[in-house]
Design a binder for this molecule. Structure first.
Ligand code: ZN
Length: 504
């Protein structure tokens, strides 16, 4: 796949460059001389290219076309050439000759760019190590997983051949395979792309959970993970983006590793109902992938931008957790399976975001409450985004909590209880998290969800492992200063003052 894509690009470039010679690039050979059956295919292809040199702009001696391969199949032969300048490859510019079984050329396909010149005998300013450093720096790669390849050659830009290095490296953190062309003279990055094959799949999920999307809790019950018409009716078909093409629910930002059920589909189609153990894999893949894309869409490419390993149905407890040591997420099956509720998925992903931004964060009770509060904030805004109605507003985990909450809607926790410091302080991180989550959620109501989320994520970078409420609120105000010139300073001050938290 990757090669084909690049090939098309190369052809397009070559077509642009050969407008002076307006012949079709892929042209059937007319009136080629009939050759004997035993003729050498390479010789036959060479002869034909020499004859048609004028048409394609080749040199008459083919001195800058290096023979790459001759492939014989049942129905014909294929001779491939690589364009060169001063003995080095012109990246991605090739020519093929197709010959029938009599050895007669029947088709030429060419990316050849005529009249390219190089810098013969001149030593490039950058060496391989310099080029590798430029490429890795450009892509912010800290550690490489696989040996980096550095190849010197020529990169076609306009109608000149720019001496360049092609650096290929796999980022150990994101597993992205970067191919970067670095100008061997200036060190500038000429072209950069992610080579990994990405495919879209489809699947069925709750958006965000059956109760919030239905707008009622009536008629919904866990019933020991059984299907029901009411629950199945709340399934929505979605696109699963960034899959790696293996047929597994593994992609750019999420890797599902459930022991009970490894989800596989040759067509990347993952339609399950909630009674299936595969259903939770689809839920975590979709919601975490989309959350990460959302974070990137509001401007952050460095917030948990990695492939996270997720183990759904990994414990029978009615609990889920993020492990700061393994950096993985685990969801439990007690009550409603936790991964059937996008509010719970987003909450747990919130913990991994915070650990990614501030390793060791939450070392104090207030910090722990901020961690839970941010998770609830992320869960609540994610649920609101997916089901914008009023039912379930300021409430997280409507579906998950049906097994332990009698309120309407049922809620794991709420973000509008008006808890304040110091009076509501309880000394337990989840309960006290409601102080923090309400401040953040109120910001979203007043400033808009995207603006509030931007400020909150930006503020995390300022925090330390022992930060508490005051430092957190100050950091949010500082983020507003950096992002908006302090436009929301007074709104932020009063929102946090209402929670008994100073921004000074
Ligand atoms: Zn939590």
């Amino acid at each position: 796949m990757k090669n084909r894509k690049t090939f098309v690009t190369a052809v397009a470039t070559a077509m642009m460059l050969t407008m002076l010679a307006p012949q079709a690039m892929a042209q059937s050979v007319q009136g080629a001389p009939t050759t004997a059956a035993k003729v050498d295919t390479k010789v036959s292809a060479d002869n034909y290219l020499k004859q048609s040199a004028g048409q394609y702009g080749f040199k008459t001696d083919l001195s800058d076309l290096k023979h790459v391969s001759t492939i014989k199949t049942e129905f014909g032969s294929y001779v491939r050439y690589q364009q060169q300048v001063d003995g080095a490859d012109v990246f991605y510019h090739q020519v093929t000759v197709t010959l029938d079984n009599q050895g007669t050329p029947v088709l030429v396909v060419s990316d050849y760019v005529p009249n390219l010149t190089g810098v013969k005998g001149k030593k490039p300013k950058l060496n391989e190590n310099d080029a590798e450093g430029k490429a890795l720096g450009h892509n912010k790669v800290k550690n490489t997983k696989e040996l980096v390849s550095r190849v010197f050659g020529y990169y076609v830009e306009g109608n000149s051949a720019v001496p360049a290095y092609k650096v290929t490296a796999v980022d150990a953190d994101s597993l992205t395979t970067w191919e970067t062309f670095v100008d061997a003279e200036t060190g500038n990055v000429l072209k950069n792309k992610d080579l990994n094959q990405k495919v879209d799949g489809t699947g069925k999920v709750f958006l965000p959970n059956p109760i919030q999307s239905a707008g009622t809790k009536t008629g919904f019950a866990d019933n020991n993970d059984a299907d029901s018409t009411a629950l199945t009716n709340q399934l929505k078909t979605v696109t699963l983006r960034g899959l790696d093409g293996s047929g597994n629910l593994v992609g750019q930002y999420v890797k599902t590793v459930q022991k009970k059920a490894t989800s596989y589909s040759a067509t990347n189609t993952f339609n399950y109902t909630r009674s299936s153990d595969h259903f939770e894999n689809v839920m975590v893949y979709y919601h975490i992938d989309e959350l990460q894309r959302y974070i990137q869409s509001i401007g952050f490419t460095n917030v948990n931008n990695r492939q996270i390993t997720v183990n759904v149905n990994g414990t029978t407890a009615d609990n889920s957790f993020y492990s700061p040591s393994t950096k993985q997420l685990t969801f439990g099956t007690g009550g409603v399976d936790d991964a059937e509720d996008a509010g719970i998925i987003a909450h747990e992903y919130g913990h991994s975001i915070q650990d990614n931004q501030v390793p060791g964060f939450g070392n104090t009770l207030e910090g722990g409450a901020m961690g839970e509060g941010f998770g609830d904030y992320l869960g609540a805004i994610w649920e609101d985004k997916l089901a914008p109605g009023t039912y379930g507003k300021a409430c997280i985990g409507e579906w998950d909590s049906t097994s332990y909450s009698t309120s309407n809607p049922p809620c794991l926790r709420r973000l509008d209880k008006n808890k304040v410091m110091p009076g509501s302080w309880y000394g337990e991180v989840h309960a006290d998290g409601e102080i923090w989550s309400q401040g953040e959620y109120d910001m979203a109501q007043l400033l808009g969800v995207d603006n509030a989320t931007k400020l909150i994520l930006q503020s995390h970078f300022s925090l330390t492992p022992n930060s508490g409420f005051n430092a957190g609120a100050k950091a949010i105000k500082t983020a507003d200063q950096l992002l908006n010139g302090g436009a929301n300073a007074s709104a932020i001050t009063s929102i946090w003052a209402a929670r008994g938290i100073s921004t000074n």
